[in-house]
Design a binder for this molecule. Structure first.
Ligand SMILES: Cc1ncc(C[n+]2csc(CCOP(=O)(O)OP(=O)(O)O)c2C)c(N)n1
Ligand SMILES: [Mg+2]
Length: 318
């Protein structure tokens, strides 16, 4: 692909901060999980922050996203706050689902976020529908969603992407090829590479740990969509640096492989890229963010539990 270094300083600083907040928010969530405070497990995106943040960063304010559980970063880019995230994981009042759900399965239509669902692949037809509605209304907007290597083996993935190709819809499907689906490596569940699953969609394959490259590819994908050229399958080659979730010690992953991928960590790589351009992030940024996140986590721990009667409205019809 053409790598035009299109990112300006302000975008780079914003993207770097988003990636760092994503990592630090997840680290704080892990601490809460280990203390037995979260009500469910924590699904890290360690090593994949660029694939969530840089793709979302390339969108316009009116575009819509449907993240998956490993795409916390994309929701933070769209304006979800760490406090909301902590309240959600702790099941407290004030969280996006008010205690009904204890993971990142929440949406925010005002911020252009369709809620994730557990049914892998299901969001592809949903977002193809969102993209269809944009086109029918003559709106210059695109829809974006993510899918893992495992999730791309579902029927819904094929149905949704095929529909988008046939209809030339403004849909970007980000494929996160991260080496595993639970404990299953791609060669045990798919024939060939993820990019072969494009079904005629324009396909870009990018180093998913290279934040500027991911941003550049996502920006190109968006441009194609806005020009009416149909959907883009943007495959990010990356690696899941933690187990499926915190309860999985990933003993099935070769430590040598993890060590190799650790050298490609997207955060220090991006910092080196920025430094080369004289765009060094503030050296105190990490410490400041950690303090802010601790304050937010403490506020969430202090927040009240929901009243039982408040939990059923919106879930069951009466
Ligand atoms: C349709 C469907 N089948 C199975 C599952 C159970 N499941 C949850 S996560 C997961 C693995 C997903 O792997 P991948 O798509 O590669 O995403 P990753 O966890 O690597 O980000 C599976 C099989 C599910 N949620 N939905
Ligand atoms: Mg995977």
């Amino acid at each position: 692909m053409v790598y035009a270094n299109a990112m300006d300083r302000e975008t780079a600083l914003g993207l770097h901060e988003a990636m760092l907040i994503t990592r630090l928010t997840e680290e704080r969530l892990v601490k809460l999980f280990r203390q037995g405070k979260t009500l469910g497990s924590v699904y890290r995106s360690l090593g994949q922050e660029a694939t969530s943040c840089a793709t979302a960063m390339a969108l316009g304010p009116d575009d819509m996203i449907a993240p998956l559980i490993r795409n916390l970063g994309s929701t933070l880019v769209r304006g979800v706050t760490p406090l909301e995230v902590f309240l959600q994981y702790l099941g407290r009042v004030g969280g996006p689902t008010g205690g009904r759900e204890h993971n990142n399965h929440f949406g925010s239509v005002a911020r252009g976020i369709i809620a994730p669902t557990s049914m892998l692949g299901a969001l592809i037809p949903v977002m193809a529908g969102v993209a269809l509605s944009f086109r029918q209304k003559g709106e210059r907007r695109v829809a974006m969603t993510w899918i893992g290597d495992g999730g791309s083996s579902t029927g819904a993935f094929y149905e949704g992407l095929n529909f988008a190709v046939v209809q030339k819809l403004p849909l970007i499907v980000v494929g996160e090829s991260n080496g595993y689906a639970f404990s299953t490596p791609p060669e045990r569940q798919m024939a060939g590479r993820m990019s072969l699953r494009s079904q005629g969609a324009f396909t870009l394959t990018v180093d998913g740990n290279d934040a500027p490259a991911v941003y550049e590819a996502a920006a190109q994908a968006r441009q194609r969509c806005l020009e009416g050229k149909g959907p883009v399958f943007l495959v990010c080659e990356t690696f899941r640096m933690k187990g499926h979730a915190e309860h999985d010690d990933q003993r099935y992953v070769d430590p040598e492989l993890l060590a190799q991928w650790a050298t490609k960590d997207p955060l220090p790589r991006f910092e080196a890229w920025m430094t080369q351009r004289g765009w060094q992030p503030d050296p105190g940024l990490s410490a400041r963010l950690e303090r802010e996140l601790l304050t937010a986590a403490d506020a969430a721990l202090e927040a009240p539990w929901p009243e039982p009667a408040s939990l059923t409205p919106g879930v069951f019809s009466s």
